[in-house]
Design a binder for this molecule. Structure first.
Ligand code: SF4
Ligand code: SF4
Length: 206
């Protein structure tokens, strides 16, 4: 068995002077600090709701759903936000759609604010800028049902987004919003590997 060396560090007791042993200077210094705080007091209380505190630009408040150019909701019900949510606060029920070349749209889009921790992961996950963290923070209700907000509450057509309607749907981007209907075109698209990439134009014949 190997003996382990133990390092012992011997500490000396601090030697207090006569005045330090009285403790009177320390008490007086503490009183001076207290008096300075009283005489230089700066009130930081905000008289909410009459006064509203300015929030930082990156504040993560209640969610908003921006609108597109047609004033429609941008969400394509891909459910990536639902998967990314660590508290399972988002619930989406999709329905088929044939508007703007998208396949689905949300029939129901709810966020349960009893679960939400305002982490913003859902916004990070959204491929088409259909969900953002807003600046509102008033969140109260007389019952639990009132804390489950629907897409009608989130949707704000006054907030616009310039992002492509659906980055995830490469068919839409490829055809500039036209809905594919020719069988040849559909079969050609079905043969692609699913990754959108613009093919360079063939070199012009000389
Ligand atoms: S902010 Fe976070 S917790 Fe709240 S809905 Fe989005 S992902 Fe879920
Ligand atoms: S990730 Fe965006 S587009 Fe997809 S369901 Fe969520 S909000 Fe809608």
């Amino acid at each position: 068995m190997v003996a382990m060396a133990i390092n012992v560090k011997v500490l000396k007791r601090p030697q207090l002077s006569f005045w330090e042993k009285l403790y009177i200077p320390q008490v007086l210094r503490g009183l001076m600090i207290t008096i300075r705080h009283i005489t230089h007091f700066q009130p930081i209380t905000v008289k909410y709701p009459e006064e509203v505190k300015a929030l930082p630009e990156n504040y993560r408040g209640l969610h908003v759903m921006p609108g597109d150019d047609e004033g429609e909701i941008r969400c394509v019900a891909c459910k990536l936000c639902e998967i990314a949510c660590p508290t399972q606060a988002i619930s989406i029920v999709s329905e088929p759609a044939d508007d703007y070349g998208i396949e689905r749209r949300p029939k129901v889009y709810n966020i349960d604010f009893m679960r939400c921790v305002f982490c913003g992961f859902c916004v990070e996950a959204c491929p088409c800028d259909a969900l953002r963290m807003g600046m509102k923070y008033e969140l109260s209700s007389y019952n639990r049902a009132g804390l489950v907000h629907t897409k009608e509450v989130f949707f704000d057509p006054n907030i616009k987004s310039e992002a492509p309607r659906d980055n995830a749907n490469f068919l839409y981007k490829m055809h500039k919003g036209e809905i594919l209907d020719s069988p040849e075109e559909i079969s050609r698209i079905m043969g692609l590997d699913g990754t959108y990439s613009e093919k360079p134009d063939p070199p012009a014949a000389t």
